[in-house]
Write a new protein. Structure first.
Length: 566
């Protein structure tokens, strides 16, 4: 039987970071278990190609939600990476940390060491920022390349001007103290190649003799001696294997899989485990609960006088662009089809934005076209309208006491009136920007939801009929101090020894941005906790989040933009 000091379960956004950091000490041995395979496919390296890999079963767990009563009974596709690098290998590469208040909120919940000042050094440590000059908010010596999206030809200047006309300032840095306003998105990309955590953290240290990476290893159960975790059983090549840990087992399987593994191991709500014939090792009622996800809707506009992505999507040009990218890392395949992003508040009295709008220089379902054989899609633009701080909560539980059976995921995505209201006002706010000059000159008409959809009831119906997710699930193994908490502020599973969780599942609330960056931060911080180290908190100046006078953006309601038909 194999034995090591640390076992990390899950080679994704967090697990690759943890395995890399823990194995920096040559005197400890680390084993990383990943259910998927190697990350060699060339499309895994292209930022623009993520839709091609996100839906491939060999890179994806292929989960679906239960029918969601808040979405007119629809089941939602839940892509999660099943490949080395996890979801950082198949995501949209956006690097958005969230608002500083998101993390101060965690500290206010009693989670010592998780304020913005506490976590900022861990964001910075991982980062190799494109500006090349370290400052309070950015690092330049980390392994993770972060670059801005290439906005050439993507109407970025027009978007900034139109947003300004609608009352939204330009934000110089989406990952600094105040991300509010319209901004240029940053990507985990280096020289036109995706910077997944496997590529950034793991591949450069693959030579370490004290680091073992075991691929196609599906964890099936945590092994205990008394109340201490001492190993993991896993399935590989049709056989059951065991590996032992002399120090700790760390779960980094992600929001769905870490909760699933705890439940399979008898850790969770007793009333859910007993009917499945699972022996209750430790009653922990919060396991699988508190599932939070950014709900979103997509708006679409047909354009005039603008070829946009259609010009690029002609088959011969796509082929040439692939060759260009493979040879140089340059061209469309080395970036994203994003004009920009907006962080905004939808009503007065909010201390941080509750809405993000992603302006995309293409339609969601645009495809490659061939002259004379397959016509092009009508040219257009789209916008993803996203709830930043959802109140709605779902849950994850088991379908069966079998690790090969996907967990049951109930999203309850739009269960509260407030979440619906944020999406409604987000649609109205987005319309205001597209109607402003100079962006308006390129717009022929709104095709979805369409200009006739205007009242609260009509917009509610649109949200329920078409709403989907931003692929940012968190919270099922929540960090906290109360009865429903699964881990404490040191990420130890409550009531057990030798077992921690370090991934997006421990976030008590979802940050107001894409979750890959905070997940990497959590792994960086977890590595220091495990090693007994601690970076000193950042010394935030008067320009920090504590100075609300910096917030110049007025909310949509404060600007008095009333809809006549409302």
């Amino acid at each position: 039987m194999r034995t090591c000091d640390y076992i990390v379960v899950g080679g994704g956004s967090a697990g690759c970071v943890l395995a890399s950091r823990l194995s920096e000490d040559p005197d400890v041995s680390v084993a990383l278990l990943e259910a998927g395979g190697a990350d060699r496919h060339p499309f895994l390296r292209s930022p623009l190609a993520f839709p091609l890999v996100r839906y491939r079963r060999n890179f994806n767990w292929n989960y679906h939600s239960e029918p969601d009563p808040t979405l007119d009974g629809r089941r939602i596709f839940l892509p999660r990476g099943r490949v080395l690098g996890g979801s950082s290998s198949i995501n949209g590469t956006m690097y958005v940390r969230g608002h500083p208040r998101d993390f101060d909120e965690w500290r206010q919940m009693g989670l010592e060491g998780w304020s913005y000042a506490d976590v900022l050094p861990y964001f910075n440590r991982s980062q190799r920022h494109w500006r090349g000059e370290a400052d309070m908010y950015h690092g330049t010596t980390g392994p993770l390349s972060v670059e801005p999206v290439d906005t050439r030809g993507q109407l970025f200047d027009e978007l900034v001007a139109a947003a300004s006309a609608a009352g939204h300032p330009f934000s110089e840095d989406i990952n600094a103290a105040n991300p509010e306003g319209v901004n240029r998105i940053e990507l985990t990309v280096g020289q036109g190649r995706r910077a997944s955590t496997s590529r950034a953290f793991l591949h450069p240290v693959s030579h370490r003799r004290n680091l073992s990476v075991i691929l196609r290893a599906l964890a099936s159960e945590i092994i205990f001696e008394g109340d201490r975790a001492v190993g993991v059983r896993y399935l590989r090549d049709g056989r059951v294997h065991e590996i032992r840990a002399t120090r700790e087992v760390i779960l980094s399987g992600g929001t769905y899989n870490s909760a699933q593994l705890l439940l399979l191991s008898g850790i969770g709500p007793a009333d859910e485990l007993k009917p499945l014939g699972i022996n209750v090792r430790h009653h922990l009622p919060g396991v699988g609960k508190n599932l939070s996800e950014h709900g979103r809707v997509t708006m679409e506009y047909r354009t005039r006088g603008l070829a946009g992505m259609n010009a690029f999507l002609r088959a011969d040009r796509v082929a040439l662009s692939v060759v260009q990218w493979l040879a140089t890392g340059k061209g469309p395949f080395g970036t994203q089809a994003l004009s920009g992003s907006l962080m905004a508040r939808t009503r007065p009295g909010l201390e941080r934005p509750d809405l993000q709008v992603l302006f995309v220089s293409a339609l969601e379902n645009q495809r490659v076209w061939i002259p004379g054989l397959r016509p092009p899609h009508p040219p257009g633009l789209s916008a993803g309208v996203v709830i930043m701080h959802p109140e709605s909560r779902g849950y994850v539980t088991l379908r069966a006491a079998d690790p090969t059976v996907p967990p049951r995921v109930q999203l309850n995505l739009l269960a509260t009136d407030n979440d619906l209201a944020v999406l409604r006002e987000g649609v109205r706010l987005t319309r205001e920007i597209y109607a402003a000059s100079p962006l308006a000159e390129f717009i022929d008409h709104e095709s979805s939801p369409g200009p006739s959809v205007r009242t609260d009831a009509e917009l509610n119906a649109f949200c329920r009929q078409t709403g989907h997710i931003a692929h940012h699930p968190v919270g099922t193994c929540s960090m906290g101090t109360g009865e429903m908490a699964v881990v404490d502020a040191s990420l130890r599973v409550r009531g057990l020894k030798g077992l921690r969780i370090a991934d997006a599942s421990i976030m008590p609330t979802v940050p107001g941005g894409n979750t890959n960056a905070p997940t990497i931060m959590i792994a960086e911080k977890a590595a220091d906790m495990i090693r007994g180290n601690r970076l000193p908190p950042a010394e935030l100046g008067p320009e920090s989040v504590d100075d609300l006078s910096m917030t110049s953006t007025r909310s949509f309601a404060e600007r008095g933009m009333e809809c006549a038909s409302r």
